[in-house]
Design a protein around this ligand. Structure first.
Ligand SMILES: Cc1cc2nc3c(=O)[nH]c(=O)nc-3n(C[C@H](O)[C@H](O)[C@H](O)COP(=O)(O)O)c2cc1C
Length: 194
């Protein structure tokens, strides 16, 4: 009868442990490839920040705030100094862009960012916070900006931060408009699966 020496047993144990370790490492790598969605946002007074931060977890997304770091306030039409100036988006197939509505024109910070960062056919969902939902001509500016940067705009959502009739509008609480934004999660997920 063939017998195994202690050193043979330790070799076999070593192989088995090595095999198990390789599988554990491979499983870990598969589950830790990082989020596929990036939320990029600009916010001047905090509303868009609150919405984007609330969406991060349910959308399992990374999040980056683009800030205006201009030393002197920029005049109309001038380009602001922004931070970060560029972002490596190669790991993401979907980008959520969060912006406040400032009339029909895109906010200068996002315009400056998209001038230097191309979206390479990535799926894009635009979310804007606005006093009240605006008609289509107010959404065209942001949509065109994203399209011109190479992005594929799948949806445009407006989160109203005010409510009530035209002559008696009142601010919603942050909790209210963040709850409104969270209602969009299933729709956004569906869009991003397309
Ligand atoms: C310069 C400027 C222009 C704005 N234009 C509009 C507008 O045309 N329609 C509207 O409903 N709200 C408008 N707003 C209100 C903002 O869209 C709204 O308060 C938004 O939630 C602000 O986002 P933030 O807190 O992330 O900066 C404007 C605000 C600013 C500062």
């Amino acid at each position: 009868m063939k017998t195994y020496s202690t050193s043979n047993w330790s070799k076999i144990t070593g192989y088995v442990l090595g095999f198990l370790l390789m599988n554990v490492v491979s499983l870990y790598a598969q589950n830790n490839t990082g989020p596929d969605t990036l939320i990029l946002f600009y916010s001047k007074t905090g509303n868009t920040r609150a919405v984007c931060q609330a969406l991060q977890k349910p959308l399992n997304a990374d999040i980056i705030e683009i800030k205006d770091v201009s030393k002197i306030p920029t005049e109309k039409g001038e380009e602001p100094d922004i931070q970060p100036k560029s972002v490596d988006m190669s790991a993401y197939s979907s980008i959520i862009i969060g912006v406040p509505t400032w009339g029909p024109m895109p906010v200068p910070v996002i315009r400056a960012f998209l001038k230097n960062n191309k979206l390479n056919r990535k799926k894009v969902v635009i979310i804007t916070t606005t006093n009240v939902p605006m008609p289509d001509q107010f959404t065209a500016g942001n949509k065109n900006l994203v399209k011109n940067a190479g992005g594929n705009v799948l949806a445009y959502y407006q989160v109203a931060v005010q409510e009530g009739p035209k002559d008696a509008r009142v601010n919603k609480t942050k909790e209210q408009f963040v709850a409104d934004a969270l209602q969009l999660v299933p729709k956004i997920k569906k869009e991003l699966l397309k």
